[in-house]
Every structure is written in structure tokens, then in C-alpha cells.
Design a binder for this molecule. Structure first.
Ligand code: FES
Ligand code: FES
Length: 156
């Protein structure tokens, strides 16, 4: 079946079947390889994308579910070649090592900060609870999200 949706601000039209997963639509149908498959079972968060502003595991989401919806991947955060605040904060705080988890981490953090620009440490921890990182440890990641939140508030 044909579905239409908005991907990182651009109109898309793709053919999927009822068993197509969103991650496969994005990676194979749309060439968005920043969406990473870790566990394939909803347990690691590396495949996270924003669906109408909410973080979802694209490995568990049927592609048909995004019909007429808006999807944002990490590729959609830059503006005119400039990294988003969260992306810069992850770099500045050494919150990226191999980078496998990073798109999912940043998109989950974006959804949090869009709804709650002044989260507590516990709220950040809770929001990122479904995102697993095998490299950095979580302290630099939490620090990066706090730094982006602070900078977002001061630049508003
Ligand atoms: S690959 Fe989707 S949650 Fe792990
Ligand atoms: S930076 Fe390697 S898994 Fe998180």
C-alpha cells in the first residue's frame, strides 16, 4: 500500500506492506541510515525517532502507522548546516563515543526538552531510561542534556 508522510520536513510517498517496520521504511525506503537497529525488540532505544513529536522505537512501529504523520530523525535537527543545541552539547560534554546510541539519545532528549525545558536530573534520567549506551557511561549524557536545557533557556 502507498503511504504519505513528512520526513524531516519533506513530503514522502512510499510503498509498504502490513509487516514493514518503520525502521526498515526509513533505512531501506528512505536512505536514513542514522536510525540504528540494536536489539530489534524495543529494549535499547537506538532506533528511536520522533513520531509527531513523541519518541518511538522504530523497530516496533509498523510503517503503516506513520501515514499522514510527521517523522523526525537526527538528520532533521540541523538548521542551515548548523548543529542543534543538543547535538553540540553532546559533543562538548564528551557524551559520544562510538555514536551508535547517540541519535536515539538526542531525539529522546529533544522530546523531553520540547515538552519540559527545565527538567530535573531525575526527569532526564527517567526520560532516557529506555536508551542504552554501551560506551560512555551515562554521566556525560546526563550532563549534555542538562547543558542543552540550560543553554536553551538562556537563549530563548
Ligand atoms: S533496536 Fe529498537 S529498541 Fe533496540
Ligand atoms: S556511544 Fe557507543 S553505545 Fe553509546
Amino acid at each position: 500500500m502507498v503511504i504519505r508522510f513528512i520526513l524531516n520536513g519533506k513530503k514522502c510517498r512510499n510503498i509498504v506492506d502490513s509487516s514493514t517496520r518503520l525502521i526498515d521504511l526509513l533505512r531501506e525506503g528512505c536512505g536514513i541510515t542514522s536510525v540504528r537497529e540494536g536489539c530489534g525488540a524495543g529494549e535499547c532505544g537506538s532506533c528511536t525517532v520522533l513520531l509527531n513529536g513523541n519518541p518511538v522505537c522504530s523497530c516496533l512501529t509498523p510503517a503503516v502507522q506513520v501515514r499522514n504523520c510527521e517523522i523526525i530523525t537526527i538528520d532533521g535537527l540541523e538548521r542551515d548546516g548548523e548543529l542543534a543545541l543538543l547535538q553540540k552539547a553532546f559533543l562538548d560534554n564528551d557524551a559520544v563515543q562510538c555514536g551508535f546510541c547517540t541519535p536515539g539519545m538526542i531525539l529522546t532528549a529533544k522530546a523531553l526538552l520540547d515538552k519540559n525545558p527545565n527538567p530535573s536530573k531525575d526527569e532526564i534520567r527517567h526520560a532516557l531510561g529506555g536508551n542504552i549506551c554501551r560506551c560512555t557511561g551515562y554521566i556525560p549524557i546526563l550532563r549534555a542534556v542538562e547543558a542543552a536545557a540550560k543553554q536553551g533557556r538562556t537563549t530563548q
